[in-house]
Write a protein that binds this ligand. Structure first.
Ligand code: GTP
Ligand code: MG
Length: 376
């Protein structure tokens, strides 16, 4: 569906318009403040302009089978190229395929282990998948590689760690974003905030707090103003009692900085029912991501948010976080613009992008050519 533009005096009014015209499936593509024209700007509050659309409906069951077939075909195309290139065409000689491996069986006899490693899983985790496959389907692999692939997808989906919230965390959502400096915490907060206010129509409140260092995210205050959400600069428990969804933005902390980490720990102790989102840059090297997840696991982290998916084509590596940490993947964000691309993580979407090389499930992407305008 083509994007539609809504002009409203407040976020609540925009929500009502979007809901009435596009229904609950709407996706917000862009938000910006419209300055009032002429003298009226003296007494009139600026309006907001929201661009929204409804993504394509999910494919029917039979299409999903078709998707799987296409993924297998694409994968086969990639992995059998070297075998076919025995007598390469001149063009191929000039630019050899950069994805040059064959799904050769490892010691277990299964081929999928090598493929998973090529897609970004560490050997340890690829091995774990193969062992589980052998447990479920027998020592020897099925003859068609497509069956191995389909079984492996099932196993990965079973190993998915779904976010588990306590009743108190569910009752009064209060989101705190923590993580190393510059990974995209404030941007992720702005994206989530926009969805919460404009799509769910929930009242929200933001705290942009200083830590050991000052929180210089002025753009967060501007974004709050556009959405009509108060952005406090100091914590006051009383303002947290109004039932609004809370969002807390904090400066990044280097885990090596013991004093800053301890100060953060003490602050988190003030919010026992907070959902603490460890935010990491997905484009970092796998070992670094795992080291960061381990280092932060001494804090009461609820789940993980990965940012910068637009800069990381190999989504298979995210399975190392699923299989190698105690954290559930909660949200995946791509791009620096707000509201941009920010969606709940789930095994189906990650499997699709792992095996098809797509950045994420294309159904939820904005229409081609659309450009976001706000940054946070
Ligand atoms: N390409 C890309 N850039 C991003 C993404 N998320 C954030 N950025 C950019 O990364 C930079 C840092 O983003 P912030 O949201 O300020 O990061 P932060 O973690 O809040 O930073 P500190 O508060 O300083 O620790 C900014 O230039 C963002 O525009 C993303 O998903 N993709
Ligand atoms: Mg920040």
């Amino acid at each position: 569906m083509p994007a539609q533009t809504f002009i409203a005096a407040s976020a609540a009014e925009a929500v009502a318009q979007i809901r009435a015209q596009l229904g609950p499936e709407a996706v917000v593509l862009n938000v910006r403040q419209l300055p009032a024209a002429g003298l009226s700007r003296l007494w009139q509050k600026p309006h907001i302009e929201v661009t929204a659309t409804v993504p394509e409906p999910p494919p029917a069951e039979s299409d999903q089978l078709g998707d799987l077939r296409r993924e297998i075909a694409a994968l086969r195309e990639l992995v059998v190229q070297p075998a076919r290139s025995v007598a390469p065409s001149p063009a191929r000689e000039e630019s050899p395929p950069d994805f040059s491996f064959e799904p050769v069986p490892d010691a277990s006899g299964w081929r999928i282990g090598a493929v998973l490693q090529r897609l970004g899983l560490l050997p340890l985790h690829a091995q774990r998948v193969v062992e589980r496959l052998q447990l479920l389907h027998g020592e020897a692999p099925p003859s068609p590689f497509s069956d191995e692939l389909a079984f492996a997808r099932e196993v990965l989906a079973q190993l998915w760690n779904a976010p588990a919230l306590t009743p108190a965390q569910e009752a009064r959502p209060f989101h705190v974003f923590v993580g190393p400096p510059g990974v995209g915490k404030t941007t992720a907060l702005c994206k989530w905030l926009t969805q919460s206010v404009l799509l769910e129509g929930r009242p929200a409140r933001v705290w942009r707090l200083d830590g050991q260092t000052a929180n210089t995210a002025e753009s967060l205050s501007v974004h709050g103003e556009i959405l009509g959400v108060p952005v406090e600069r100091a914590w006051d428990a009383a303002t947290g009692e109004d039932g609004a969804t809370g969002f807390v933005d904090l400066p990044g902390v280097e885990v090596r900085d013991a004093a800053a980490l301890e100060s953060l720990r003490q602050r988190l102790a003030l919010w026992p029912h907070a959902q603490v989102h460890l935010t990491l840059n997905a484009a970092y090297d796998t070992q670094l991501l795992l080291a960061q997840a381990r280092a932060w696991s001494s804090l009461p982290v609820t789940d993980l948010i990965l940012t910068h998916l637009d800069e990381e084509p190999r989504h298979g590596k995210f399975w190392n976080l699923v299989l190698g940490t105690k954290f559930a993947l909660r949200f995946l964000g791509a791009g620096q613009n707000v509201p941009g691309d920010f969606r709940p993580a789930n095994p189906d979407a990650l499997l699709a992008s792992t095996f098809a090389g797509k950045s994420t499930d294309s159904r939820s992407f904005a229409p081609a050519g659309h450009r976001w305008q706000t940054t946070c």
